[in-house]
Design a protein around this ligand. Structure first.
Ligand code: MG
Length: 156
């Protein structure tokens, strides 16, 4: 049997925050707001994995009302979900994802993000695909108000 799961997340961009995408801190004048480190890409991938494994969603496992997850490293949460998935006898085939962000450019950081995610997912980097798209100046992404991410996970 094989299973697929979808994940989506978005976070607002604001001052005085770090911009962490896929576990990599990207230099920028603003960062993502949220209870954890607000790593929008790690959250989308976490939800895709939970979806594929039939384990609900990230909010059920790591509620933002829980002080334990304040400023949490989302890559560590992703690692915890990878362990849950494996505990159910499932293994990851591949991850595909898209980051929707007007600026800064993701391209210079794509290799580092892929490497960080592959490590957390215990997958070969070739099985982790990271795409980027701008908002073409429209919508909340295009106006630079926030960043969104989409992910698909495949398990066997
Ligand atoms: Mg989130």
């Amino acid at each position: 049997m094989s299973y697929v799961g979808i994940g989506y997340d978005s976070h607002r961009l604001g001052p005085g925050r770090r911009l962490v995408i896929g576990g990599v801190q990207i230099p920028y004048e603003r960062g993502l707001e949220g209870h954890s480190d607000a790593d929008v890409l790690a959250h989308a991938i976490t939800d895709a994995l939970l979806g594929a494994a039939g384990l609900g969603d990230i909010g059920e496992h790591f509620p933002d009302s829980d002080e334990r997850w304040r400023d949490a490293d989302s890559i560590a949460l992703l690692g915890a979900v990878v362990a849950m998935v494996r505990a159910r006898g499932l293994s990851l085939v591949n991850i595909d994802c898209t980051v929707l962000m007007q600026e800064p450019k993701l391209a210079p950081h794509r290799g580092a993000i892929k490497g960080r995610l592959a490590q957390a997912l215990e997958l070969e980097p070739e099985r982790v695909n990271v795409k980027a798209s701008t908002g073409e100046g429209i919508g909340f992404v295009g106006r630079g108000e926030g960043v969104a991410a989409l992910a698909v996970a495949s398990l066997v």
